[in-house]
Design a protein around this ligand. Structure first.
Ligand code: HEC
Length: 714
């Protein structure tokens, strides 16, 4: 079934709960515990947690599929998820059952041999929650532990499901009800505690990590990542220390720092590592009077896994002003550095540097740029601080900065192969323009960046548009952590490509935004296999084996923030088909049907009756309130309706019913009445109609008889 609307859930997929039938004498489903997880390498056929092991290396010891035979990979089975929108899940496979999630936090248990559905759990996330999800309504996966499956829902619940039936055993709210917090990350389980962070720093929240008892759901500890109002006292010494690095009344906008994705764990030191997000708002000038490091924003933090007690932190971007979350994969390994073995933690951070830290104490070992970096010329080895160059904090005026909020690397998981000694990073180069919004005031109901969002408007001149598009680049990079050098690199058609999987079969797997799933030789980057997936393939791939056969699985589906905002940069827009899980094996013979793409009609838009000033004001509101979902220049990435082609935009009243009246809020399109008056909505509409006119003319020119004859010579 293909769902056109944001909330589409296929009725078929939810019908009838089949349940798990354990073969006699075997253990029950999802019977994972500390012993099994810590010794995960003894069971290479399983993939028992998000990053396979506590080190989150995403390296599989399986070798049946290898560089010599990968060309024989074929589809073993595929499973259609019940929702459309982005697919960012890494499947977990334990004892023959695969557990996956889809957008809107649905969970599915599948027979890992055949893809047959065993059960589905739909937490029925209210679709209005989508408004608070900065980067699509995605979910990255589950954790499993002692017969239960754990999922965190977009609206902030942590749910433990019975692995046999998919029925909830307990549910806790891990964020305040009706608050702008969201959750998209996969929980991790350490020594019987479920670890979960949260997202929402764009809306003004105070980030934290919570640990819950896996059996009962009782809160064991909570670690805030930024200090609260000092007059109310501090939760711990770490917060007291952190508060000294802030100025003004930062707590009123929450401070931010949401730990929204990466975690890893070292059983030897019993330290839990997590990365923290950007500040609320992004711009330090308006967040903290332009002063201080603002701990623990954009940092890697280590806490005691039993108590949540602070151990150490390393801040990748002090006083962040660019949305440089430090939430990217935190990969642990033991590496020979300077001739002696060191216990390290690696991160290819959003800010463009590849960090190697001593994970016992947070000391910097090395930090080298892995993409174009314009805001800092390097990282000072002695102090661990970036050496900023020019005016990257846009104090004297707007600045073009690279990387930008998309990051040199984002949530797409990286992998590390102990065999090649290389880290495999889905890297990208996307510049951004930053400037201060002088009229900024905190508004809990909206995005809060404190930056002038008009500066990132898509230029109307086609040549400038093409130049902007050309500056958006994406790569697969193999980075040597001992030197920080790039061993090899493959360029993709654009940014926002898939997470990676490394295997002992000398392979690296990665999907691409333009709908392929590829395997490369791990040492050289030579492409050895490539197959079409017909959907953006962004998630982290994984591999498992059953009955002597190795399988490689990956999620695919249009959505994720790039397909909401960057339609203009795509060769081909995506579509609103449901997501899917694709599973390959040697000699697999299933055929993935190629979707029938119906080209959306571009009806002639009505004329615009508005002054240039009104259109400019409308564009400014669009940039501020609408761009995050409807895209640069109102050009859809194919998942949400293209507002240039919309019958709703064509009619002034219908438009206001949606934008101010909120008549589509159940589909994720909320009312903007709190920030837009009817006249403001008219101005947004006038701007949209100018984009529609321009788009229609360009499309018409392409298909007119004159255009078909080609450009005139000379
Ligand atoms: C958080 C994401 C989000 C934001 C921000 C957002 N929208 Fe939407 N919008 C949606 C979704 C989802 C839909 C599709 C709803 C549906 O399926 O009916 C939609 C649909 C619409 C539609 C109906 C289009 C059609 O043809 O059906 C209009 C008009 C619209 N949005 C205008 C706006 C305007 C104007 C703004 C800014 C003031 C805005 N939206 C901001 C998510 C968003």
């Amino acid at each position: 079934m293909t769902g056109r609307t944001a909330g589409a859930v296929s009725a078929l997929a939810l019908l009838g709960l089949a349940s798990w039938d354990a073969p006699a004498g075997s253990r029950g489903p999802a019977e994972v515990d500390a012993a099994r997880l810590t010794a995960a390498d003894r069971e290479p056929g399983q993939w028992m947690s998000y990053g396979r092991t506590y080190s989150e290396q995403r390296y599989s010891p399986l070798t049946q599929v290898n560089a010599g035979n990968a060309s024989k990979l074929g589809l073993a089975w595929s499973f259609e998820l019940a929702t459309n929108r982005g697919v960012e899940v890494t499947p977990v496979v334990v004892d023959g059952v695969m557990y996956v999630t889809s957008s809107w936090s649905l969970v599915y248990a599948l027979d890992a041999r055949t893809g047959k559905r065993l059960w589905t759990y739909d937490p029925e996330v209210p679709r209005e929650t989508g408004f608070y999800a900065c980067c699509d309504v995605v979910n990255r996966g589950v954790a499993v532990w002692q017969g239960k499956v754990y999922v965190a829902t977009l609206d902030g619940r942590l749910v433990a499901l019975d692995a046999r039936t998919g029925k909830p055993v307990w549910t806790v709210r891990t964020t305040p009800e009706k608050s702008p917090y969201t959750i998209t990350m996969a929980p991790r389980i350490v020594r019987g505690k479920v670890m979960i962070g949260n997202s929402g720093s764009e809306y003004g929240v105070r980030g934290y990590v919570s640990a819950y008892d896996a059996q009962t759901g009782k809160l064991a500890w909570r670690f805030y990542t930024v200090p609260g109002d000092p007059s109310k006292g501090f939760e711990n010494k770490a917060m007291e220390m952190a508060a000294k690095t802030w100025k003004g009344e930062w707590w009123k906008a929450g401070g931010g720092g949401s730990p929204w994705d990466a975690m890893s764990y070292d059983p030897e030191t019993n330290l839990l590592y997590f990365g923290t997000g950007n500040g609320a708002p992004w711009n330090e000038k308006v967040r903290s009077a332009g002063e201080g490091d603002n701990l623990f924003l954009s940092s890697i933090v280590a806490v005691n896994a039993d108590t949540g007690e602070y151990a150490w932190h390393y801040q990748t971007t002090p006083g962040d002003s660019w949305d440089f979350d430090s939430t990217q994969s935190l990969v642990l390994a033991d590496l020979p550095i300077g001739g002696r073995p060191r216990k390290v933690l690696m991160q290819a951070a959003k800010n463009g540097f590849f960090y190697v830290l001593d994970r016992t104490n947070g000391q910097l070992i090395s930090a080298e740029p892995f993409v174009k970096v314009t805001w800092a010329k390097g990282v000072d080895k002695a102090t661990g601080r970036p050496i900023e160059i020019g005016d990257p904090r846009y104090k004297t005026g707007p600045a073009i900065v690279e990387p930008s909020s998309f990051g040199g690397h984002n949530w797409h998981p990286m992998s590390f192969s102990p065999k090649t000694g290389l880290a495999y990073v889905p890297a990208q180069e996307v510049p951004g323009v930053y400037g201060t919004d002088d009229r900024y005031a905190y508004d809990p109901s909206q995005w809060n960046t404190g930056t002038d969002t008009k500066l990132n408007a898509l230029p109307s001149d086609p040549k400038q548009r093409a130049a902007m598009r050309n500056a958006f680049r994406g790569y697969l990079e193999a980075i040597d952590p001992l030197t920080g050098k790039i061993a090899w690199k493959v360029e993709h058609k654009g940014p926002w490509n898939g997470g990676t999987l490394a295997t002992a079969g000398d392979l690296v797997f990665q999907g691409t935004a333009d709908g392929r799933f590829n395997a490369y030789e791990a040492k050289t980057g030579k492409l050895v296999w490539s197959t079409p997936t017909y959907a953006a393939t962004l998630a982290g791939p994984m591999t498992y084996s059953l009955d002597g056969e190795q399988y490689v699985a990956v999620g695919a589906g249009f959505g994720s923030v790039y397909f909401l905002v960057a339609g203009f940069a795509l060769d081909k827009p995506g579509n609103a088909d449901n997501g899917k899980i694709l599973v390959y094996k040697l000699g697999g013979r299933q055929v993935l049907p190629k979707p029938q793409l119906v080209k959306a009609e571009f009806p002639k838009p009505p004329p615009v009756h508005a002054s240039a000033a009104t259109i400019a004001a409308g564009q400014a509101s669009y940039q501020k309130y609408c761009l995050v979902c409807h895209g640069y220049g109102a050009i859809s990435g194919g998942v949400l309706p293209d507002l240039r082609k919309s019958p709703v935009v064509a009619q002034a009243d219908a438009f206001k019913d949606v934008v101010i009246g909120g008549v589509r809020k159940e589909a994720g399109m909320v009312s903007f009445a709190s920030v837009l008056k009817p006249a403001d909505a008219d101005a947004v509409r006038a701007y949209l109609l100018t984009e529609a006119q321009a788009g229609w003319k360009a499309e018409h020119a392409k298909t007119s008889p004159a255009a078909r004859k080609g450009p005139k010579p000379g």
